[in-house]
Ligand binder design. Structure first.
Ligand SMILES: *[C@@H]1O[C@H](CO)[C@@H](O)[C@H](O)[C@H]1NC(C)=O
Ligand SMILES: *[C@@H]1O[C@H](CO)[C@@H](O)[C@H](O)[C@H]1NC(C)=O
Ligand SMILES: *[C@@H]1O[C@H](CO)[C@@H](O)[C@H](O)[C@H]1NC(C)=O
Ligand SMILES: *[C@@H]1O[C@H](CO)[C@@H](O)[C@H](O)[C@H]1NC(C)=O
Ligand SMILES: *[C@@H]1O[C@H](CO)[C@@H](O)[C@H](O)[C@H]1NC(C)=O
Ligand SMILES: *[C@@H]1O[C@H](CO)[C@@H](O)[C@H](O)[C@H]1NC(C)=O
Length: 585
């Protein structure tokens, strides 16, 4: 275990007994509100420091996390959906899960504000943002911070009185191909602030987008927590000349027929299919995305998800959206920007990502990629956003020859080899609930188990990206999956120090049609915050795909364009081939 986790587990285990005892006794005698007040207090005293979110989310969450106990209560008390499936949590896991869920608490519209019609919901066309004047006689300098106030209004132009809308903000300069993600604060009264560090000279233009109204987020929250069946899966079973397709999922209602239990014996990750009538559970041949359930929201709720009306629509500036940034003032000229204080992991300049902390960014062409990866074994695991890295490397480096494993297109597993330089590149998708077209049952593997099968060492690179296919499940499901992966990463780093582990975060995407109901950025942002918190303090590098996509000039896409993928891969290689043994902080 790393020092970080050792300390944490020790602290937690000392106090968990007390907490658990308190919990079970008090549950029956105190009102829920009092109970949660107490648990929150205990948590605050004992482990309050241990689960700091990455700076961006820490700031947002501090603003947004009051009344979190109520939202958690709803989640935890109504677990009628899957009461006892999957393995029970240990007391410390339960504590950590509670903390993670608290940290992603999101303001809810007040009771009774469920919209009878659109008129009282947030309307980006009626909303405005205003640049807060500079304190320095309307001059801005590199190194300053720009603040923008966003006022949300409803469809009849009335100011909104509560928060919970999902906004994204970006400061950019088309001329310099520069961009940086803003930090959005919810004041919970219809007002939001967006803050940007000023990092380049010249003109800088503010862009604010309403991704979802708070009323839409309330619908998404309900779907996430109550409708994990809205993407469904199928498996083909075959024995001799009999075959049958059955529905599968992480949880299935037990009253609709007997189940095959594919719960992973090693990690305990649950997975089930309905049992085919004539065939045994061993006859499962493959796994595939079945489809998307339709009609999961009412006609009125559907009005909250209109592309171009209230999903990912820009908010206008009340006056100007552009400022001119002057060179740094002499007195502050030598100060390096602090990424934690700024909640900014980096920015683009001339389309090139400049991280503000950690790794020193280098750019790699085919020759320097080969140089960096010589004698290295690179294992990539995850969804299609990790497959993009594999595809990029194979496309850029001609010597890296893809070996034909005769895997299904876009599914894998994939392998590429440069035998001259002894480079091996492998990609494998993550286990269920992977939504790929058809994965052979024997190739359905959990990342944690795969990591346990690696020797590791200074010549091994592991890159992970797992988020998108979890958007239809309650956050607890993702927390559990990441916990298993984290444990495996800790074991790997313990037995094979020097293994480079890189974790790619989530990213925003295009939300056309009813895509929001399955893949909304709100789901991704919540998962992303959990991901950052779970890996915080470990000796792994995070590639901040979220900010790299928010800051970029190209439109959001679940599969970011090559210009962004190149920057992600370059950042990974910069970490893998950093000079000496310098650890990334
Ligand atoms: C939690 O801890 C912080 C400092 O760590 C303190 O400011 C705050 O008052 C505490 N809250 C509660 C409810 O104890
Ligand atoms: C939490 O919710 C309750 C009931 O809705 C409300 O009275 C209280 O003011 C809220 N507290 C905060 C800190 O928002
Ligand atoms: C829990 O959720 C189920 C399924 O959505 C619902 O039918 C039930 O009323 C809920 N129970 C409580 C106590 O909220
Ligand atoms: C929507 O609500 C507003 C007031 O809340 C009302 O004036 C308007 O007529 C309603 N529109 C429809 C189509 O029901
Ligand atoms: C299925 O296989 C059995 C023997 O295993 C055979 O008797 C039967 O004719 C086959 N049915 C079809 C439709 O091919
Ligand atoms: C499925 O199998 C796992 C592991 O054997 C077990 O813990 C779980 O309770 C089983 N699920 C059901 C619904 O029986």
């Amino acid at each position: 275990m790393t020092l970080f986790s050792l300390q944490r587990w020790q602290i937690i285990s000392k106090i968990t007994c007390t907490v658990t005892m308190f919990r079970s006794v008090l549950k029956y005698i105190l009102s829920f509100v009092t109970l949660f007040g107490l648990i929150f207090l205990l948590r605050n005293i004992t482990i309050g420091q241990n689960f700091r979110m990455s700076a961006l989310y820490e700031f947002q969450n501090r603003i947004q996390s009051s009344n979190q106990s109520r939202s958690r209560l709803t989640l935890h008390d109504n677990h009628t959906l899957y009461p006892h499936w999957g393995q029970p949590l240990s007391p410390e896991e339960e504590l950590e899960e509670g903390d993670l869920l608290d940290s992603i608490a999101w303001p809810q519209p007040p009771p009774g504000s469920a919209p009878p019609n659109l008129s009282r919901t947030s309307d980006p066309a009626h909303s405005l943002f205003t640049i807060v004047p500079s304190k320095n006689e309307q001059r801005w300098y590199v190194g300053d911070q720009l603040e923008v106030q966003v006022h949300l209004h409803d469809f009849e132009g009335r100011p909104k009185r509560y928060g919970g809308d999902l906004l994204l903000a970006r400061l950019h300069s088309p001329k310099c191909k520069a961009g940086v993600a803003g930090q959005v604060l919810d004041h919970k009264n219809g007002l939001y602030s967006a803050r940007f560090p000023l990092l380049w000279e010249g003109s800088a233009q503010v862009a604010v987008t309403m991704v979802h109204s708070s009323e839409a987020v309330a619908v998404l929250r309900r779907l996430r927590d109550k409708r994990p069946d809205r993407v469904f899966f199928v498996s083909l079973f075959r024995q001799g000349n009999h075959s049958q397709k059955m529905v599968c999922n992480m949880y299935l209602p037990q009253d609709k027929g007997p189940l095959c239990n594919y719960t992973d014996l090693h990690s305990g990750e649950p997975w089930y299919c309905y049992k085919p009538k004539m065939l045994s559970c061993d006859a499962r041949i493959n796994h595939a995305k079945g489809g998307y359930l339709k009609n999961i929201i009412t006609k009125k709720e559907a009005l909250l998800f209109k592309s171009g009306v209230n999903v990912k629509v820009p908010i206008r500036a009340s006056t100007s959206d552009t400022i001119n940034v002057l060179p740094p003032r002499k007195e502050s000229g030598s100060q390096k920007p602090d990424p934690v204080k700024l909640a900014t992991s980096g920015y683009y300049y001339q389309d090139s990502w400049r991280p503000l902390g950690g790794v020193t960014m280098r750019h790699f062409d085919k020759t320097s990629i080969t140089q960096c990866l010589t004698k290295k074994l690179v294992y990539m695991y995850g969804d299609s956003t990790m497959r993009q890295w594999f595809e990029y490397l194979v496309a850029v480096v001609p010597e890296l020859k893809e070996f034909n494993l005769q895997s299904p297109k876009k599914v894998g597993p994939f392998m590429a080899v440069d035998s001259t330089h002894n480079i091996l590149l492998k990609y494998r998708c993550h286990g269920p609930p992977i939504r790929f077209s058809t994965v052979t049952a024997s190739e359905l593997r959990y990342i944690a188990n795969e990591l346990d099968g690696l020797a590791g060492g200074p010549n091994t690179v592991v890159a992970l990206s797992i988020w998108s296919h979890f958007s239809t499940f309650p956050a607890e499901v993702y927390v559990r999956r990441l916990r298993h992966i984290r444990k495996a990463v800790v074991r790997l780093l313990d037995r094979a120090p020097g293994t480079a582990v890189v974790v790619r975060t989530a990213n925003p995407q295009a939300l056309e049609g009813d895509a929001s109901l399955y893949n909304s950025d709100w789901f991704s942002l919540q998962l992303d915050a959990v991901l950052r918190a779970v890996f915080k303090g470990l000796d792994v590098m995070l590639v901040d795909a979220w900010q790299m996509c928010v800051a970029h000039r190209q439109p959001h896409n679940v599969h970011p364009p090559t210009a962004i993928v190149k920057n992600m891969v370059d950042m990974t290689l910069s970490y893998v081939c950093r000079d000496g043994t310098g650890k990334i902080v």
